[in-house]
Design a binder for this molecule. Sequence first.
Ligand SMILES: O=c1ccn([C@@H]2O[C@H](COP(=O)(O)O)[C@@H](O)[C@H]2O)c(=O)[nH]1
Length: 239
Amino acid sequence: MADDRLIVALDVSTMDGMKQIVSSLGDSVSFYKVGMELFYAEGEQTVRYLQEQGKHVFLDLKLHDIPNTVAHGVSSLTKLGANLITLHCQGGPVMMRAAADAVRESSEKLGVERPLLLGVTVLTSFDDEAWSATGGQLPIADQVIRLAKLAKESGLDGVVASPLEAKLIREACGPDFLIVTPGIRPSFAATNDQKRISTPASALQDGASLLVVGRPITQAEQPQEAVRLIIEEMETVSK
Ligand SMILES: O=c1ccn([C@@H]2O[C@H](COP(=O)(O)O)[C@@H](O)[C@H]2O)c(=O)[nH]1
């Protein structure tokens, strides 16, 4: 049976590729992430298909632009009915507030359920070296906490962060703030390009609300078995 804390990232570029993963995982997965690779290639039909299959949808397009552009961007996305939408916290408090207001207004106008807005803090592919190379001054964890607090103050529902920062975010932002963590690597999986990683159980123990897992499932020799093992590990941590 599915654990609704698990989101599988559909990082493929065709409808057929997506349908193959969704049908092979069946009822064991209830939540999927559509990111830029799939959405730029196949567009809105990806979200519709998942909804027709009764799945929850995380639309991870990581909007990052000036406040007016992001506000109109998220308004346009609201009509798709995705459950979660992302934008970059680095867009700043005015941009995040404009997006939160725009989503609330357009969902009311359209009579659809309001998508929850998540701010991307510092990508899980950053390590200290890459972070310094971009001019990052604070330690990564401090920057993540700073952005998470700013996201909360600006009206966002939660953040995307590494599982390594989940505990600190939970302490700083309270029990109701959503913490969505990619960078999940079960013991059997390769690290790939992820740098700040943790296991499914450890992420949940530290306060993550939802786990995003892509390649450890979609590129596994037996994706159903990978999901089974991950859910088995997740179930050791109560909801
Ligand atoms: O900081 C971030 C934000 C988003 N992601 C996305 O999550 C998945 C992770 O896929 P894996 O194959 O499990 O590495 C991917 O779609 C990213 O775009 C992230 O990894 N880190």
